[in-house]
Design a protein around this ligand. Structure first.
Ligand code: ZN
Length: 280
């Protein structure tokens, strides 16, 4: 128990400042991306089975779309540089730059020392949702991924289809390596279609039934050559629980689209961050 100082209210009344104003962030050329997408054709698709994960490759300059099919379903997305799996999605810095949830125009940034955009959101049919009365919104970068270790800690027992395990199996399959070699590369996700927030009274992470319906999708432009890894969460629409086989689960569809030759004239993949890495 602590006692508030005499000037407690004055201290609380100090106005916040945005940690990372994004005015000076390099902005994506959304008009160029839209024009390139208009002439793009589908070149690949992967159906992610419920309570499992699949990897997919997207060359730089192509688009990938994640769609809800059959029923409401949340997806846990990992992204890697296809040629260097250690460069992967950095959910913490993406959150610091773009906020707790991402939508059209926001980008998925890679880990240090690379810190460059890996993918840019170019379409989001749930963009209308905004922030609800509970403080919830869609496509968060605040959760981690459901995992069997936290499940063990809280509930005991062994459950093998948490997103962390699904992503581990899929990545191991891609690498042709033992699961123990792939597991350390699995990282905090973009929670595709998941509706989450923090409670105002206790600050706890919450989830609620996703507003996603079949036909809804989120679409990305690949800024670098990507290896995607998507798990169809055992929580289904994440309305009640995850880390079990109780929730109704559905597949997720990933489709890759290639623009016409020359459609991205003047565009090039972003280089790694320019900091000299001397650390003084
Ligand atoms: Zn999950």
């Amino acid at each position: 128990m602590t006692h508030p100082p005499a000037d407690a209210e004055a201290r609380r009344a100090i106005r916040p400042v945005i940690c990372y104003p994004t005015d000076s962030l390099p902005q994506p050329d959304m008009a160029l991306y839209r024009a390139a997408r208009a002439g793009a054709r589908k070149v690949a698709e992967v159906l992610v089975p419920p309570r499992d994960a699949r990897t997919f490759e997207v060359p730089a300059g192509q688009f990938f779309r994640i769609s809800s099919v059959e029923g409401p379903q949340v997806g846990d997305l990992n992204l890697h540089n296809l040629h260097d799996l250690s460069e992967r999605f950095f959910s913490g810095k993406t959150r610091a730059l773009h906020g707790t949830h991402i939508t059209t125009g926001d980008r998925m940034w890679s880990t240090l020392p690379h810190l460059r955009p890996m993918a840019t959101v170019v379409a989001d049919t749930l963009g209308w949702y905004g922030i609800d009365a509970f403080g919830g919104s869609v496509h968060d970068v605040i959760g981690t991924r459901c995992d069997p270790y936290t499940h063990q800690l809280l509930s005991g027992g062994m459950y093998h289809h948490c997103c962390h395990s699904n992503l581990t199996r899929a990545l191991a399959g891609h690498m042709g390596a033992p699961r123990a070699g792939a597991e350390p590369l699995v990282h905090d996700v973009l929670n595709v279609f998941m509706c989450t927030g923090f409670t105002r009274d206790t600050g706890q992470y919450f989830m609620k039934a996703s507003p996603v319906r079949p036909g809804d999708h989120i679409e990305f432009f690949a800024e670098i050559d990507l290896l995607g890894n998507l798990s169809a969460c055992p929580g289904g629409d994440c309305s009640a629980e995850h880390s079990s086989d109780v929730a109704a689960c559905h597949p997720l569809l990933v489709e890759v689209f290639a623009p016409e030759d020359g459609a991205l004239a003047g565009w090039a993949p972003p280089p790694p961050n320019a900091y000299d890495r001397s650390h003084g």
